[in-house]
Design a protein around this ligand. Structure first.
Ligand code: HEM
Length: 162
């Protein structure tokens, strides 16, 4: 499985990261306050969603630590701050999710970004979300021993099916 790189650690170390971060901020208007608004708005939608809400409710009792972790994650991914040090792949490999869940997640994320961010910022977040979602879906399939072909989506086996 290819490594899921989300630590905001591009070639060149801290100075290069700071340069990239400043450029993204200047080009898109993204800052920590916008990331905080986006994360809270997005997870508000997720929690009320009939498909995704129960998946989260089964695992998250105290939302504030999760929201803070997700702010760190998006700060690393969007602004190269290196603040997130978790491992999303094994977390999502253990979840009961497939293409339908990933599509819904991206749909809600796109809606949230459109509501909270100016267009260039929304596009920056969304491009990264799509790539990471595709990588997590590949990893999720692989956890069930399924190697997806390019463009193929992962479908959980029907309960009681073949
Ligand atoms: C199928 C759609 C998804 C579902 C149902 C889902 C669900 C979850 C749940 C329940 C957790 C918390 C697990 C726990 O703390 O026990 C989690 C954590 C996380 N999710 Fe997702 N997720 C989805 C897609 C995504 C996508 C597309 C991304 C990134 C773009 C993402 C990024 C993360 C990150 C960074 C964490 C924190 C992992 C850690 O450090 O512990 N998720 N997700």
């Amino acid at each position: 499985m290819s490594e899921l790189k989300v630590r905001g650690d591009p070639e060149g170390g801290p100075e290069r990261r700071a340069q990239l971060s400043a450029r993204v901020a200047a080009e898109t208007g993204i800052d920590e306050a916008m990331i905080d608004r986006l994360v809270r708005h997005f997870y508000g939608k997720v929690r009320g969603d009939p498909l995704l809400g129960p998946v989260f409710a089964a695992r998250i009792a105290d939302w504030e630590p999760h929201l803070r972790r997700m702010v760190d994650f998006w700060s690393s991914v969007a602004l190269y701050t290196g603040r997130y040090h978790g491992q999303p792949m094994p977390v999502h490999q253990a979840l009961p999710v497939d293409a339908v869940h990933f599509d819904r997640w991206l749909h809600l994320f796109e809606a949230a970004a459109g509501e909270v961010c100016p267009p260039a910022a929304a596009a920056h977040f969304l491009e990264r979300a799509r790539r990471i979602a595709a990588s997590l879906e590949l990893g999720r399939a692989m956890a069930d021993g399924v190697m997806l072909r390019p463009g193929e989506r992962y479908r959980l086996p029907e309960p009681g099916g073949a």
